[in-house]
Structure formats: structure tokens, C-alpha cells
Design a protein around this ligand. Structure first.
Ligand SMILES: Nc1nc2c(ncn2[C@@H]2O[C@H](COP(=O)(O)OP(=O)(O)OP(=O)(O)O)[C@@H](O)[C@H]2O)c(=O)[nH]1
Ligand SMILES: Nc1nc2c(ncn2[C@@H]2O[C@H](COP(=O)(O)OP(=O)(O)OP(=O)(O)O)[C@@H](O)[C@H]2O)c(=O)[nH]1
Ligand SMILES: [Mg+2]
Ligand SMILES: [Mg+2]
Lengths: 291, 275
């Protein structure tokens, strides 16, 4: 792991005299390697390493009796600071119902997350409504309906073949029978599909969400910055959800996405069951990224 | 990127960045850069660096190619992978691909766990006129697979494609379930499953290597289906898998429709990776 690697870097010179800048450079190379193996974006890694180097050279690492530990602490703390605050809050509408729009690439875990989020609100005494706005994937509406039934949450399936109209109709339905919040499950799409990105824009204009959550697969590699940036430029999403974090992925996408959008990561999905949802813990993810 | 550039230190750095940004990973990138330098020395000062690197990528992929397995009767293809990578969609596409060649195909809906998984595959079956053998939700996955194999054998079907549930490779019980599916297929018909295709999402990072290792250890993966290559992700981890495990990429999925599917083309892949 990283600490023992860095231990070796610094141990070799403990007897020889004081730590030099070139030793710090060697340690930096090990950190760079760890970040890339963890799928942190190449440019994001570079920017991060520059910040760490500045701190390491300016600090007491060179005089420390435990340089490896101190160096790792600097890296870890910088990573935690960058990954952001713990438990970022969700937006609420001034006039209910609160609309939460869930978006992201194909297969990232949106439909499952929508049901988890509904369960989370129900457990807090709210009465959520799920809207099945994915009209394109085979049996997507069935999928959401089965999940909704398993937790006793209403699922709205519209008449229209137009996802925007389905969302608007679902919102009217929620107002009529006082369901709140309203969670919109949208179809997965590529950020380079202009037509489908425009459709999301129309959904947003039609439903005025208080919260837009970008759901990203925790095992995403270098491309995480591309999709996150494009979705952010179009929708200015207000929260990020990382899924499949029950796998053994190092999760570097967390840092990449946070670095290029500065949007807080609000939830982590840690399993296929609907109760497997956690708030985001930056310190845990930092440790995981560093390996 | 400009073709025909000279191989110098700054270009090497640029090419290394391109490979790393494409998810090729440190080990395979180092290997390719070393191979490039070696080739560059042989060719001399007029070496076209970009063309040479493309050649190295293609060469690496060729080393991972394998002769396709002998045709089974029926020929059983087991489709596996982690959650959400495009297995069910790829089963639909692969079925259509065989059907277009005049072959008879059957699907086994062996994902008995996920909500509406059976419905999803049935819709794909309807779209290409392919029969789907299914059990009940939450039934035994291996039982569905072997029932389908029995049905396919009875009907002299050319291809049986088995769709399985997504599962993370670090979940021992789920990997055991998969091993059981493979084992009962083999028990029912010697040689089955004739192909085990790991469906890999092109957006996947280095975790793809773990997936390939574990699924191969459990279910004897014979090749990859690389999906979602129509996005901006390059799928470079598939190259790392080809390099470190000699697993061939068999097919590529590039969209959500039935026809967005082709047999793998190494030259095309190399060009898009470095482009
Ligand atoms: N292990 C694990 N699996 C998950 C998690 N979240 C979702 N999944 C699984 O990932 C797969 C895809 O989930 P979906 O909810 O269908 O993903 P989606 O984003 O709605 O997919 P599209 O609508 O096709 O874009 C399913 O098999 C889910 O059960 C998670 O946190 N852990
Ligand atoms: N753009 C694009 N989307 C794809 C491709 N292949 C599959 N998809 C989409 O990815 C999502 C997930 O596909 P599925 O076939 O349900 O994936 P899966 O691996 O069977 O998922 P689980 O069974 O839940 O593990 C769907 O929205 C598909 O339409 C592809 O090649 N390109
Ligand atoms: Mg969905
Ligand atoms: Mg599936």
C-alpha cells in the first residue's frame, strides 16, 4: 500500500542525512502511480500532485522523524479537503412538492438509486412519488414499478410517449394527491447525444427541480471528467451519486468528478438492495483511492 | 492528432498521456511506449511515430486473438459481467447477428434476480423473433439455463445465448452462483458453455482488469464484448486485458439499438484509441 511504499522511499535516506527535494519527488512519483491506478483523471492527478508538492516542500516533512507518515497525512488531508464536505444537504422547493431529477450515463444505477432515495425519504416520514420517465429502455417502467412496489412507494407511469410530458403529468398528479418529494427516473444517455441532452433540458424547464443528481458508476475511469463536465454544463446539477461502491473499485472517479465540477458528492450506493445507500464519507473514499 | 510526426521526447510524453487518458493503464502503456521506442530505433529518424504506435496496438491485439472455439450443437454462449455493462442488450444484439446469418437462436433469461430483467430480455426476443426460455423471478438461475439448453437441443437450435444477472466479482456467493450455471451447462452437454463472453463497459477504468481476472477464474471467460464505445470513453482497459491476459475482444457494442453491434476490428479500435 502507499504508506509502506513511501516508507521505503524515506527509509533509505534516514541514516544518510536530511531529506532532500529529490526524495520528495520520488515520493510524489509513488503517489502519482497510486492515483492513476485508482482511476483518478490524468490532469486532475497532475493538479492534485502540484498542490501536494507545494505543501510537502513547504512543510516539516524534510525535518520530520516520520517523513513517510507525515507525507501520507498531507496527501490524505489534501484529498479529503478536495473530495469535499461530509453529508451535503439536498435542495428543497419553496412550494412543494420538491422535485429531484436523476440523470446520468447508461447503466450507471439511476433507476435503482431512485428507488433507494424514495425509500430513504419514506423512512423519514415523507410520501414520495417515483416518476417512470425512461420511455426508451425495454421494461424500464416495469423495473421502477417493481422496485416501487417492493417499498410501498407510488410509481407514476404516464400515457404520453414524450418523457417531458410524462414528468409534467406526474408532477400534477403529485400536487393533486400531496406526494412529496417527486423523484424523476430519466433514461440513461450519452453526454454527446445532443438530442437527448436537449430533452433533459426540457424536463428540467418543465419540472423546475430543486435538486438534480448526477449518478456515476464508481468504476468509471478517465472518461469520468468528460461526462461529468458535459452534464454539468448543460444542467448545473447540484449533487453527485457514486454507485457500485460495494465493488473493489478504488473510486478515483470521485475525485475526478468533484475536481471538474466542484459539486458535492451526496450519496454512495453500496449494493443492489434498496437499503444499501450511504451518505458520502470523504475520508473513507480518500483512503480507498490511496489504496 | 497529426500523422507522420518524428519520435522525440515530447511526442513520447504526449503519446503516453493519450494512452493513459484512454484507460490503457500504467503497465500496458509502459509496454507500448517501450515497443514504440524499439520500433522507432529500427526505422530510423524518419519514423512516423503515430503510425508505429498504431501498429504496436494492433500487434498487441493480434497476440490476444484466438481461433474461435469449435461449433457446439447447440453452441452455447454464456454472457457475464458486472452490473449495468450492457449484457442483456448485447444478448439481444448477438442473437440478431446470428439470426442475420440464417442461424436459429434461443435466449435463456437466467437473470432471475433483478427487477424486470426477464421482461427486458423478452422484449429483445420479440424484436428479433427469437424465443426466450424463462423461469419465474427469483427462481434458480442454473435451472433456467439448463432448461433452455434442453429446449435448444430438442429443437436443433444452432445458438443458445444465456443472459445472466450482473454481479460484482468480489461477491463470493454471486460468483459461486455463476460457477454453478457454467457447471450445470457442462454437465448437460460436454463442451458447454462453448463461449463465455465478459461484457465490459468502455467507460470502465482499471477495475476492468480485476473483473477479467475474477470472471475468468470463476467462469472461464473466452472473450470480451466491449460496449458503449459510442460514448467518449476509449475502452483502453480492454487493451490492458488483451495484453496481460491474452483475452480477445470478440464484439463491440456502439449504441442502444439491435444493429449497433459488430465483430471486433483491431485496426478500427487502434485508430479510435489514438485519435
Ligand atoms: N452491486 C451494485 N449494483 C448496483 C448498484 N446500483 C445499481 N446496481 C445495479 O446496476 C445495474 C444497473 O442499475 P440500473 O438502476 O438499471 O441503472 P440505470 O442507470 O437506471 O440504467 P439505464 O436506465 O439503462 O441507464 C442493476 O443490475 C442494478 O441492480 C450498487 O450500488 N451496487
Ligand atoms: N450507448 C450505449 N448504451 C448501451 C450499449 N449497450 C447497452 N447500453 C445501455 O446500457 C444500459 C444497460 O444495459 P443492460 O443491457 O440492461 O445492461 P446489463 O449488463 O444487462 O445490466 P444488469 O443486468 O442490470 O447487470 C441500457 O440503457 C442499454 O440500452 C452500447 O453499446 N451503447
Ligand atoms: Mg434506468
Ligand atoms: Mg441484464
Amino acid at each position: 500500500d502507499l504508506t509502506s511504499k513511501l516508507d521505503r522511499v524515506f527509509r533509505n535516506l534516514r541514516g544518510v542525512g536530511k531529506i532532500s527535494e529529490s526524495n520528495i519527488r520520488d515520493a510524489m512519483a509513488d503517489v502519482r502511480r497510486a492515483l492513476l491506478e485508482a482511476d483518478v483523471n490524468l490532469q486532475v492527478s497532475r493538479d492534485f500532485l502540484a498542490r501536494v508538492e507545494e505543501k510537502a516542500l513547504g512543510q516539516e516533512v524534510m525535518k520530520s522523524l516520520q517523513p513517510a507518515q507525515l507525507f501520507v497525512k498531507i496527501v490524505h488531508d489534501e484529498l479529503v479537503a478536495l473530495l469535499g464536505e461530509k453529508e451535503a444537504r439536498m435542495g428543497t422547493a419553496k412550494k412543494p412538492p420538491t422535485v429531484i431529477m436523476v440523470v446520468g450515463l447508461q447503466g450507471s444505477g439511476k433507476t435503482t438509486f431512485c428507488a433507494k432515495l424514495a425509500r430513504h425519504f419514506k423512512a423519514k416520514g415523507r410520501r414520495p412519488l417515483l416518476i417512470a420517465a425512461d420511455l426508451q429502455r425495454p421494461a424500464a417502467q416495469d423495473q421502477l414499478q417493481v422496485l416501487g412496489e417492493s417499498i410501498g412507494v407510488n410509481v407514476f407511469r404516464g400515457e404520453s410517449k414524450n418523457p417531458v410530458e410524462v414528468c409534467e403529468a406526474g408532477l400534477r398528479h403529485a400536487r393533486k394527491i400531496s406526494l412529496d418529494p417527486v423523484i424523476l427516473d430519466t433514461a440513461g444517455r450519452l453526454h454527446v447525444d445532443d438530442e437527448l441532452m436537449n430533452e433533459l433540458d426540457r424536463v428540467r424547464k418543465g419540472t423546475e427541480p430543486a435538486e438534480i443528481l448526477f449518478v456515476a458508476d464508481g468504476m468509471t475511469g478517465q472518461d469520468a471528467v468528460n461526462s461529468a463536465k458535459a452534464f454539468f454544463e448543460r444542467l448545473s446539477f447540484s449533487g453527485v451519486v457514486l454507485t457500485k461502491m460495494d465493488g473493489d473499485t478504488r473510486g478515483g472517479a470521485a475525485l475526478s468528478i468533484r475536481a471538474v465540477t466542484d459539486v458535492p458528492i451526496k450519496f454512495m450506493s453500496v449494493g443492489e438492495k434498496l437499503d444499501q445507500l450511504e451518505p458520502f464519507h470523504p475520508d473513507r473514499v480518500a483512503g480507498r483511492i490511496l489504496g | 492528432f497529426k500523422p507522420g510526426r518524428k519520435l522525440d521526447k515530447s511526442l513520447l510524453q504526449e503519446l503516453e498521456d493519450i494512452l493513459l487518458s484512454a484507460d490503457v493503464g500504467l503497465e500496458t502503456t509502459d509496454h507500448l511506449i517501450a515497443k514504440l521506442q524499439e520500433a522507432g530505433r529500427k526505422v530510423g529518424p524518419d519514423a512516423d511515430a503515430d503510425a508505429l504506435l498504431r501498429e504496436q496496438v494492433v500487434a498487441l491485439l493480434r497476440e490476444a486473438e484466438a481461433t474461435p472455439p469449435p461449433q457446439g450443437a447447440p453452441h452455447v454462449v454464456l454472457v457475464v459481467g458486472v452490473n449495468g455493462t450492457g449484457k442483456t442488450t448485447s444478448v439481444g444484439k448477438l442473437g440478431k447477428y446470428y439470426a442475420n446469418q440464417g442461424k436459429s437462436v434461443m435466449f435463456a433469461a437466467a437473470d432471475t434476480f433483478r427487477a424486470a430483467a426477464i421482461e427486458q430480455l423478452k422484449i429483445w426476443g420479440e424484436r428479433s423473433g427469437i424465443q426466450v426460455v424463462a423461469g419465474l423471478p427469483n427462481g434458480d438461475s442454473a435451472a433456467v439455463a439448463v432448461d433452455a439448453l434442453q429446449a435448444a437441443a430438442n429443437r436443433n437450435t444452432d445458438f443458445l445465448i444465456v443472459d445472466t444477472a450482473g454481479r460484482l466479482h468480489n461477491k463470493a456467493n454471486l460468483m459461486q452462483e455463476l460457477e454453478k450455471v457454467s457447471r450445470v451447462l457442462k454437465k448437460r452437454q460436454e463442451g458447454a458453455p462453448h463461449e463465455v463472453l465478459l461484457v465490459l463497459d468502455a467507460t470502465t477504468g482499471q477495475n476492468g482488469l480485476n473483473q477479467a481476472r475474477e470472471f475468468t477464474r470463476t467462469a472461464g471467460v473466452t472473450g470480451l464484448i466491449l460496449t458503449k464505445i459510442d460514448g467518449t470513453a476509449k475502452g483502453g482497459v480492454a487493451l490492458a486485458i488483451a495484453h496481460t491476459m491474452k483475452l480477445p475482444i470478440r464484439y463491440v457494442g456502439y449504441g442502444e439499438s439491435l444493429d449497433d453491434f459488430d465483430p471486433f476490428d483491431a485496426e478500427k479500435f487502434a485508430e479510435s484509441l489514438l485519435g
